[in-house]
Design a protein around this ligand. Structure first.
Ligand code: C2E
Ligand code: CA
Ligand code: CA
Length: 664
């Protein structure tokens, strides 16, 4: 071993020394003694027992070194067992893990037969479970000096006695919260004397902390892995792990020429539930859904959470038909009511499917295409599924192109506004006009706002677009004024997102000032979805706009789900009866009853109600008789370009006067 020679010719070294009853780590000092003539007479040799210090030192050095080199847990623990057995060959050391479920799992026992160690795996700790299972159960060391007779070993001695062991001493290993995470056991073939017993106790003391540290570190590593690769809420693999696992199964699908299905799953109405029932219920719901998703799967299938309420399932060796069957089953399963906090919720999911290899050969492409198919399923209604098709891809491509073109159109003033008159049914005069956006695409011609407004929302152009509509319609109103055309007021549609922007009220004020308009001459139309998106600024901004004396109008009234008590607190001065009610008025008594009811709500709240989409004289007649005072629709006029409005207005005034004269 280490030895050194100093000036006095003294040799110092550390060696493992075999004594009569046991081994020692000894520090040996050999000091030669010489006579006056410098002839060697004898040597004084001193032995110091440094067994435990040496064991500690060696273990620390070797174990820390192994940790720093990222050795696997059982190899690090093997080092401990080997060092123990080197110093005390009468011991056979074994280290066992106790998992969170209280099961044993052998990690290291270099001198025990593998079959014996393996036979311990999965055994539950308990009051009579050998030395280790009992030590873990009691959180205290268990010393069994005679395995053959001790009742703790009743169920286990058959396996150990043939190996020649008579005694087993087991000590729990604790984590830093003082929970048992493992045991360190010494098996012996002979009964011990007091001296050995002392030594063994010292060895245990030297090893325990190191074992704890090793376990602790392993748990930290697992926790980090868990955090990095698993979703905290549901315990499912996250996107990164899902992608990594999928790469493996796709490689084997390629090798074996097997089909594979990728499912993209998006819960229906999750956002609404989350907002109306609160995040606790939302989280609980996601966990329960995760359990349901896992339940129906085979062991080869992979399920993961992609984000929010989106999940993915990879089904290896799965054909188109099998995927379809599996989805139909899954949807039935998902639809079973879920009870959370005494609320019974019924969930459903929209599912998109992409197939390997037809729809893609790598997981990114497959997931992306399954996502496209999922969007299509969503469009078809709730609880639907859809397989990816190449037409969908083309649709998406054209969507992307539209997005680009729209951005370009907005920057280059290629959008314009049309104006639809609103008629005062009592006086026949013009009540106002509604500005409606128009886009003439250089290749595709007219694109409906119902198509391009959602695109503007998705690609973040909507706020800017809203400002443009405001500015352009106010400019137009001022322009008509300058020409002597009398338009009492103008209505502008704004998307819910516009009400997230705190500079909206100031911008409105600036625009009104710029064109010398009164605030009462501007109406802003909003939809009920403004109330659903729960943005912290929305309410504040609505009240600020109201404070400017600009009118607010609730568009498409009757189609959303806002509660009346909520509406009452909104500073609005106008409702617009949705045209779906108007369309059915002539034939449907229910529609008539509804329009009457909405009118009376409006009257109670002292609001003006504008009936939209009036196309026929009969509808006009019914609305008028019910007491509606303002209407808008093709019967009076389609939305018109700005320069056509004067001609329409002149003609309208003449024909109205004629009608009045006839009526008189
Ligand atoms: P909206 O605000 O409910 O506008 C009324 C829609 O009904 C307009 O469609 C109008 O042309 C149509 N309409 C009017 N009278 C009749 C009728 O008698 N019969 C029928 N069948 N339809 C009638 P348009 O212009 O296609 O606009 C559709 C929707 O697009 C609008 O519904 C509005 O939600 C949105 N939109 C239009 N312009 C803008 C805008 O500048 N900003 C925002 N955020 N949305 C806009
Ligand atoms: Ca509108
Ligand atoms: Ca409307």
């Amino acid at each position: 071993n280490k030895s050194e020679l100093n000036e006095n010719n003294t040799i110092i070294c550390e060696e493992l020394v075999v004594g009569k009853t046991r081994r020692y780590w000894a520090k040996i000092i050999k000091k030669p003694v010489f006579d006056p003539d410098n002839n060697w007479k004898y040597t004084i040799i001193t032995f110091t027992d440094i067994s435990i210090t040496k064991l500690r030192e060696t273990l620390q050095h070797k174990v820390l070194d192994a940790m720093s080199k990222e050795f696997p847990l059982s190899e690090i623990l093997d080092i401990i067992c080997n060092e123990v057995e080197l110093l005390a060959p009468e011991i056979t050391a074994s280290i066992i893990e106790v998992n969170a479920q209280g099961q044993l799992h052998s990690l290291s026992a270099p001198s025990l037969p593998d079959a014996y160690s393996a036979s311990l795996n999965g055994i539950h700790i308990g009051p009579y479970v050998g030395s280790c299972g009992t030590a873990a159960w009691r959180s205290r060391p268990v010393i069994v000096d005679d395995i053959a007779t001790d009742p703790l070993w009743d169920n286990y001695r058959a396996a150990i006695l043939p190996l020649g062991y008579v005694a087993c001493w087991s000590t729990p290993i604790f984590n830093n919260q003082h929970q048992v995470v493992g045991t360190l056991a010494f098996y012996l073939k002979k009964a011990r004397d007091l001296e050995l017993e002392n030594l063994h106790q010292q060895i245990i003391d030297a090893c325990s902390n190191l074992c704890s540290l090793t376990f602790e570190r392993e748990h930290t590593k697992q926790r980090i892995r868990q955090l990095a690769f698993y979703d905290e809420l549901t315990g499912l693999p996250n996107r990164s792990l899902l992608l990594a696992k999928s790469d493996q199964v796709i490689s084997s699908s390629i090798r074996n020429d097997d089909p594979l299905a990728v499912l993209y799953i998006d819960l229906d109405r999750f956002k609404m539930i989350n907002e109306s029932y609160g995040h606790f219920v939302g989280d609980e719901l996601l966990s329960q859904i995760a359990i349901r998703l896992k339940k129906n799967l085979r062991s080869v299938d992979i399920v993961g959470r992609l984000s929010g309420d989106e999940f993915a399932i990879i089904l290896p060796e799965c054909s188109h038909q099998q995927a379809q069957l599996m989805i139909e089953e899954l949807q039935i399963h998902l639809a079973e009511p879920i009870n959370i906090n005494h609320s019974i919720l019924k969930m459903s999911a929209s599912i998109g499917v992409a197939m390997f290899p037809t729809d893609g050969r790598d997981i990114e492409t497959l997931l992306h295409r399954a996502d496209i198919a999922m969007d299509q399923a969503k469009n078809n209604g709730r609880s639907q599924f859809c397989f990816f098709s190449h037409e969908m891809n083309e649709l998406l491509q054209s969507h992307l192109k539209l997005e680009n073109d729209l951005r370009h159109a907005l920057l280059n003033h290629q959008l314009h506004l049309h104006y639809q008159p609103q008629i005062d049914l009592v006086t026949g005069s013009l009540y106002g006009v509604e500005a409606l956006a128009r886009w003439t695409h250089p290749e595709f011609g007219e694109i409906s706002p119902e198509r391009f407004i959602p695109i503007a929302e998705e690609c973040g152009l909507i706020t800017e677009f809203g400002y443009w509509v405001l500015q352009e319609s106010c400019r137009q109103l001022a322009d008509w004024r300058a020409q002597g055309i009398n338009i009492p007021s103008i209505s502008v549609n704004l998307s819910p997102t516009s009400f997230h922007c705190i500079r909206l009220p100031n911008t409105i004020l600036d625009i009104l000032n710029l064109y010398h308009l009164k605030p009462q001459e501007l109406t802003i139309e909003l939809t009920e979805s403004v109330l659903l998106d729960n943005h912290p600024c929305t309410m504040k901004i609505l009240h600020e706009i109201h404070a400017l004396a600009v009118h607010l109008s609730m568009d498409d009234f009757g189609t959303g789900y806002s509660s009346l008590s909520y509406l009452r607190r909104l500073p609005i001065s106008e409702f617009k009866l949705d045209r779906s009610f108007v369309a059915d008025l002539e034939y449907d008594e229910v529609a008539q009853a509804l329009s009457r009811a909405i009118l009376s709500i409006g009257k109670t709240l002292e609001l003006t109600i504008v009936a939209e989409g009036v196309e026929t004289a009969e509808q006009h007649q019914i609305l008028y008789q019910q007491g509606y005072t303002v209407a808008q629709g093709y019967l009076f006029s389609r939305p018109l370009p700005a320069n056509a409005l004067k001609a329409w207005l002149d003609e309208w005034n003449i024909s109205w006067q004629n009608k009045q004269m006839k009526d008189v």
